[in-house]
Design a protein around this ligand. Sequence first.
Ligand SMILES: Cc1cc2nc3c(=O)[nH]c(=O)nc-3n(C[C@H](O)[C@H](O)[C@H](O)COP(=O)(O)O)c2cc1C
Length: 353
Amino acid sequence: MQPRLMLAPMAELSHRALRELVESFVNQACPAEGKALSAESAAPKPEYFTEMISAPGLLAGGPLEKWYLDPGPRPERLVYQLLGADIDELAAAAALLDKTGCLGIDLNMGCAAPMITRTGAGVRWMKDAGRAARLVEAVRRVTGKRLSVKLRLGAGKDFPFGTDTAGRRSGGEELFSVLEDFCRRLVNAGAELVTLHPRMAGEKFRRRARWEYVERLRRALPVPVAGNGDIASAEEALAKAAAGPVMIGRLAARKPWIFAQALYGAGTPPDTDLYRSTRFLEETALRFLDLLAQYQPPEFHLSRARRFFHYYCDNFTWAEYVRNKIKRETGLAGIARVLNEYCRGNESRSLTI
Ligand SMILES: Cc1cc2nc3c(=O)[nH]c(=O)nc-3n(C[C@H](O)[C@H](O)[C@H](O)COP(=O)(O)O)c2cc1C
C-alpha cells in the first residue's frame, strides 16, 4: 500500500512558502539516487493542510485573509482548516471555501490553546458530541468537498490512568469508548476522514503521542483515520503510513525535505551527505526566506520566519545560539545575514542531522 502523507495544519507555519519549499523537494530529482518522481509516479504526493483559518475572520473579509486563502502551489492537494465556535459561521465559511479548487475542508476540533478554547472553538467541540455532529451536518450540507475533522484523544487535562477493581488499567478504555462514539457521530453526520493527534487537550506536547489509539480508531471507524504526532524520521513516517494516512507537523519545519525522502521510499538513504552539508542547510534556509518574502505579506514575515527557524535551527550543532541570534533580528535580511555568518563560519563543523 502506498503511503499517504499530509502536512499538518500549523499556525504561522503551514502557509504557501513552506508548501512551496516542501513541494520543490518532492518534485526535484532525488539527489542521492539521481531519480526523479515522474508525474505518473504511483506514490501519492503529500496533501497540504493550511494553518487554521478563523471562520468569523474569513466572513469579515479582512485585508489579510487572501494570504490565508492562497491555495498554491497545489490547490488540488490543499485542505483548508477552519476554526470557529459557531455552527452557522463555520457553515457560511465552508460555503465560501466550497467555491475554491481545494481538495477538502477540515474542521479544527483539536486546538487546545486557552485563547482558542475560551471562545468555545478547537478542542471544546469534543465536550459536546451532539453539537459537534450538528456542526458536521451543517457543513456537509454546504459543501461537496472532502470533509474531515482533526481532534485529540479527549478534551480533558490528563490521560486517565485509572484502574478497575481488578487493578487493571481502565481509564484508557473508557476514554476510547467516548472517543469512538464521538467519531462515529461525526462520521454519521458526514465526516469522511478523521485525524487523531493522540494526546489529551491538557498535555500539549508532553508525554508521547499514543499511536495505539490511532490503530484502534482505524479498526473501529468505516472511514480513513490519519495519525499524527511525534513523527521523527522519513522511515518512521513510511512505516506508519503502511497502516493508514500519516500527518507530519513540526518535522516538516525541521526538515522540509522529509516528504521527498519518504516518497522516494526504501533505498533512499535518509541522511545522505547532501542532507548533512552546511551549504545545503544554508541554501534551503535562504530559499525559505525568499519564498516567505514572495508569498507572505510584510506584516507576517518576522513572526513566520521566527516560528520556522525555531524548528529548523535544530539542524545546527549550535542550534540555540543561532535561534537566539535570529530572535533578535527585526527583518528577513538580518536573519539571512545570521545564517550566512553561521554557515560560512561553520563550514567544516559537524552537524547534528
Ligand atoms: C506551531 C504550531 C501550530 C499549530 N497550529 C495548529 C493549527 O492551526 N491547527 C491544528 O489543528 N493543529 C495545529 N497544531 C498541531 C499540529 O497540527 C499537530 O497536531 C501537532 O504539532 C503534532 O504533530 P507533530 O508531532 O508532527 O508536530 C499546531 C502545532 C504547532 C507546533
